[in-house]
Design a protein around this ligand. Structure first.
Ligand code: SF4
Length: 302
């Protein structure tokens, strides 16, 4: 795999969250109980630094739920020359002073960016009354704050190519993960033939990669390519061959339409967008294969 265009690593610390938002692409919530082991995450960070010392976004679930782990990993990333960022829903921002106090602990060990989700999908958030004062308070600590704002998709809008890449922090919701089931009601649908590409990803030279708390590395959340508890990240990069990953290969070659053709799947009710088609077809494939998750990992030998 070519790391030259890679600009962001996502490292999921946990699938536990204070919320269970309907659009969550990793389907996290209060019932989540998985947490990445520190020693594993530290090793991945060391390998990330060797492959491409770029930005690393600690995400979840809600990463602030495991604050000591988060702080140690931010420190580790900064020490290794990565640019640490944290993506949070801000449940802990109960006041401006509380915001400064918590953020200071991360700024002190090298945090550079904070991504704060703030949209209708996240329901009532505790910082709304002083929202406009948060960026300057973060900046005073050397942290750039950016809001992540996902909006509902306008039902009549056709499938589109609005996104430059799949790690969007703003714009219409992409219908994958929980969004593929909870956000599709009342949406207009299009035929499978309309989804003949993945408009968002370069499978040979991706701009971002996602490592889940179990250690699986995904090119898109839900498309695991390798188990990093079995193979090292450096080895994965050195030996990656798209031909050995039939699902990813099909999507790269011709999007959801090609995926359906390669695996004998059929369009039943149409799809809302590219990701909905892709996710739904992979979920069907998993059921056919009798797997316990929509991620067709057993079809992707490592
Ligand atoms: S079309 Fe599929 S592979 Fe591409 S971004 Fe959407 S879910 Fe991911």
């Amino acid at each position: 795999m070519d790391a030259s265009r890679l600009d962001t690593w996502y490292l999921q610390l946990t699938d536990r969250c204070t919320n269970a938002c309907p659009h969550c692409f990793s389907s996290c919530g209060p019932a989540g109980a998985g947490v990445v082991p520190f020693a594993q995450a530290r090793k991945w960070i060391h390998h990330m630094a060797a492959v491409a010392a770029r930005r690393i976004v600690f995400t979840g679930g809600e990463p602030f739920l495991y604050f000591p782990l988060l702080r140690n990993l931010v420190h580790e990333a900064r020490t290794r020359g990565l640019e640490p960022a944290v993506w949070t829903n801000g449940y802990w921002i109960t006041g401006l002073e509380e915001f400064r106090l918590a953020l200071r602990y991360l700024a002190d060990v090298g945090l550079k960016h904070l991504l704060l989700s703030e949209d209708a999908f996240h329901g009532a958030q505790p910082f709304v009354a002083f929202l406009d004062r948060l960026p300057s308070a973060a900046e005073a600590l050397g942290v750039a704050l950016r809001f992540a704002r996902i909006s509902p998709k306008d039902p009549p809008a056709p499938p589109d190519y609005l996104f430059a890449d799949h790690h969007v922090t703003e714009g219409p919701v992409m219908f994958r993960g929980r969004a593929a089931t909870e956000c599709v009601a009342h949406q207009a649908r299009w035929k499978l033939d309309d989804f003949d590409a993945c408009p968002f990803l370069d499978f040979k030279a991706p701009r971002s990669l996602f490592i889940d708390f179990r250690g699986r590395i995904h090119i898109c959340p839900g498309i695991p390519l390798a188990d990093l508890t079995v193979i090292s990240l450096k080895k994965f990069f050195a030996e990656f061959d798209l031909e050995r990953h039939p699902v990813a290969r099909a999507i790269a070659a011709g999007g959801p339409r090609r995926l359906a053709a390669d695996f004998g799947l059929h369009d039943e009710a149409g799809f809302v967008d590219f990701c909905h088609a892709c996710w739904e077809l992979r979920a069907r494939l998993s059921r056919v294969q009798n797997l316990d998750s929509p991620a067709p990992e057993r079809l992707n030998p490592v």
